[in-house]
Design a binder for this molecule. Structure first.
Ligand code: NAD
Length: 258
C-alpha cells in the first residue's frame, strides 16, 4: 500500500462509521491506501469485518467494530477499542446514516421521524462527543460529518431526513467554532446522489428509477463514492488547515440552481 499516495497518512489513525458499505467503505479503503490505520465501524458486524479484511488484504491495518451510532455506549466502546488498539485518533469520518421512506410530513410516522433523527443526527453527536476529548489529548485532529444535499435544501417526502441532515450542519458549525483554537478541525460533506447500496434501495433496482435519479444531476450521472472519499481525505489533510465549519457540497451541481 505504498504506491500512488497523495496525502500519506502513515502513522495516523482514522475512525469511519457506516464503513461496511457505500461511501463509508470506500473512504475507509482510501484512508488505508494513504497509510492510515482504520477503525471500521458499522451496525453490520460481518460487513465491518469484510471491509477490514479488504484493507488487510491490501497490506493495511484495520480494526472492525460493531457499533450502532445511535447508542452512546456503543460509540464510546468503539472508540475505546480504537485507542486500545492503535493508541491515538487523528481523523473521524462520522458517516453512518439511514434513508427515510418517501412520505409527506403529515404521513411520517413518529417512529420513522425519531429513528431518523437518532441515527442521522444523534449518531453524529455521540461520535463527536467521544472523539473530541481523544483528539484534544492528541493535540488535534480532523472530523468530517456526513450531511447531504438534503442538508442544504428541502425535499418533498424527505422531511425527517432533511431535518436531520440540516441539523448535522448546525452541529458541525457549532462544534467547529468551539474547538478551532485547539487544533480540532470540524467540517461536513454534503454528497449529491452517490451510487451506493442506499441509492440501490431507493431506486429499487429499476432502470427507470435510476434514470429519474440521474435526471436530477446536472452533470448527467450519479456520483461515485470515491468522489466523496477524495473530499473527506482532503478535508482531513493539512492542506485544508484553514477550512473550519464548512459544509462542502459535492453534488454534480444538483443544488447549484436551486
Ligand atoms: P449505505 O446504506 O450504502 O451505507 C451506510 C452504512 O451505514 C451501512 O453499512 C449501514 O449498515 C451503516 N449504518 C446504518 N445505520 C447505522 C447505525 N445506526 N450505526 C452504524 N452504522 C449504521 O449508504 P451510503 O449511500 O454510503 O450513505 C452514507 C452516508 O451518506 C449516509 O449518512 C447518507 O445519509 C449520506 N448520503 C448519501 C447519499 C447517496 O446518494 N448515497 C447522498 C447524500 C448523503
Amino acid at each position: 500500500m505504498t504506491n500512488h499516495r497523495k496525502w500519506n497518512y502513515e502513522g495516523k489513525v482514522a475512525f469511519v462509521t457506516g464503513a461496511a458499505n457505500g461511501i463509508g467503505q470506500t473512504t475507509a479503503l482510501a484512508f488505508a491506501q494513504e497509510g492510515a490505520a482504520v477503525v471500521v465501524a458499522d451496525l453490520l458486524e460481518d460487513g465491518a469485518k469484510a471491509t477490514a479484511r479488504m484493507i488487510e488484504d491490501q497490506g493495511g491495518r484495520a480494526l472492525a467494530v460493531r457499533c450502532d451510532v445511535s447508542r452512546p455506549e456503543d460509540v464510546q466502546a468503539a472508540l475505546t477499542a480504537a485507542t486500545d488498539k492503535f493508541g491515538r485518533l487523528d481523523f473521524a469520518f462520522n458517516n453512518a446514516g439511514i434513508e427515510q421512506p418517501l412520505a409527506y410530513t403529515a404521513d411520517i410516522s413518529d417512529e420513522t421521524f425519531e429513528r431518523n433523527l437518532r441515527v442521522n443526527l444523534g449518531g453524529i453527536f455521540y461520535c463527536m462527543k467521544y472523539e473530541i476529548p481523544i483528539m484534544l489529548k492528541n493535540g488535534g485532529g480532523a472530523i468530517v460529518n456526513t450531511s447531504s444535499g438534503a442538508g442544504v435544501v428541502g425535499i418533498r417526502g424527505q422531511g425527517a431526513y432533511c431535518a436531520a441532515k440540516h441539523g448535522v450542519i448546525g452541529l458541525t458549525k457549532s462544534a467547529a467554532l468551539e474547538y478551532a483554537k485547539d487544533g480540532v478541525r470540524i467540517n461536513a460533506v454534503c454528497p449529491g446522489i452517490i451510487d451506493t447500496p442506499m441509492i440501490g434501495r431507493f431506486t429499487q433496482g429499476t432502470e427507470e428509477n435510476r434514470k429519474r435519479m440521474i435526471a436530477q444531476e446536472p452533470i448527467g450521472r450519479l456520483g461515485r463514492p470515491e468522489e466523496i472519499a477524495n473530499t473527506v481525505l482532503w478535508l482531513c489533510s493539512d492542506v485544508a488547515g484553514f477550512a473550519i465549519g464548512h459544509a462542502v457540497v459535492v453534488d454534480g451541481g444538483q443544488t447549484a440552481g436551486l
